[in-house]
Design a protein around this ligand. Structure first.
Ligand SMILES: [Zn+2]
Length: 295
């Protein structure tokens, strides 16, 4: 009887140990965000914000916003969630905490993509370079109304090399850069919705800016949420200011093209962009409305 009892206790201890070994866990550097790991996801949280990682998936979820990670969240044989230190520092932490190094956002450089001989994407009735300019002008008006100063990389149908657009940030002493584009897909004519890009190796402020603008745009326009993405885009690379590139809808989609050409829709979307930039500015510690810059 004593032998049987010992045997049962020993088996129970082994089962417990093996159970612990198999339970999903999270790498120690995720600890500040109270990770709750399961087989299907790892939930991180801070205040009211949540960030959900999925095993070996490059897509995460910040609150309700999809975020495309530069590398998938690793979930290996040891059943442990890991992300790169860069992903944690430059994407997850700024989104969850809403904290970036303090800065004053007063003057904004708006960059309507393409122009001149570069038409950008082509729809059935419209050219991207023209839609970019029209939406950028509305964004300028909305930002001015919100108390920001604004400058444009182009106000006419002219071509401007990508490098020169970034150089204008220093020339105009701009505090933030927003590039305005419209999307297109040849292989998926039904592709629809809005996405915001930060540079592939983002700084915390780039991530927070892209998420703030994306959330405001989707909330206001009710368009499909294609999320925050990271890419090697020339106007975002080596940009001295926090920088975001907006893809405001698919010119290749019949329905999207219709509302992208509607002045009322553009006004609504522009207001949302201004709200997103204002939200980012507040998080970055800019007093609001922003104090006027010296002439
Ligand atoms: Zn474009």
């Amino acid at each position: 009887m004593k032998k049987l009892l010992l045997c049962l206790l020993w088996t129970g201890a082994l089962l417990c140990l093996s159970g612990c070994r198999n339970a999903p866990s999270a790498a120690p550097n995720l600890a500040p965000f109270s990770p709750v790991p399961t087989e299907t996801c790892c939930l991180l949280s801070c205040g009211n914000n949540t960030f959900k990682l999925h095993p070996d998936k490059q897509y995460a979820l910040f609150n309700a916003t999809p975020v495309q990670l530069p590398a998938p969240a690793a979930y290996g044989k040891e059943k442990c969630y890991r992300v790169t230190p860069g992903t944690l520092k430059n994407i997850i932490a700024p989104l969850l905490t809403g904290k970036v190094s303090p800065r004053k956002i007063r003057r904004i450089l708006i960059d309507p993509g393409h122009g001149g001989h570069d038409s950008g994407a082509l729809g059935r009735t419209s050219r991207e370079k023209e839609l970019n300019l029209l939406l950028a002008a509305e964004i300028r008006a909305a930002l001015n109304k919100a108390g920001f100063q604004t400058v444009m990389t182009r106000e006419q149908d002219v071509f401007l090399p990508l490098r020169d657009r970034v150089k204008l940030v220093k020339k105009y002493q701009a505090d933030l850069f927003v590039s305005v584009h419209h999307n297109s897909s040849k292989i998926r004519p039904d592709a629809s919705g809005i996405e915001c890009f930060a540079y592939r190796c983002p700084r915390p402020e780039d991530t927070l800016l892209a998420a703030s603008v994306q959330q405001a745009l989707v909330r206001t326009t009710k368009c499909a949420d294609r999320g925050v993405k990271f890419a090697r885009l020339a106007v975002l690379r080596e940009n001295p200011a926090p920088a975001v590139l907006i893809e405001a809808g698919f010119i290749s989609n019949r329905t999207d093209e219709k509302f992208l050409n509607d002045p009322k829709w553009r006004e609504t979307a522009a207001r949302a962009v201004a709200e997103g930039i204002a939200a980012f500015s507040r998080l970055a510690g800019t007093e609001f409305p922003p104090e006027p810059a010296l002439p």
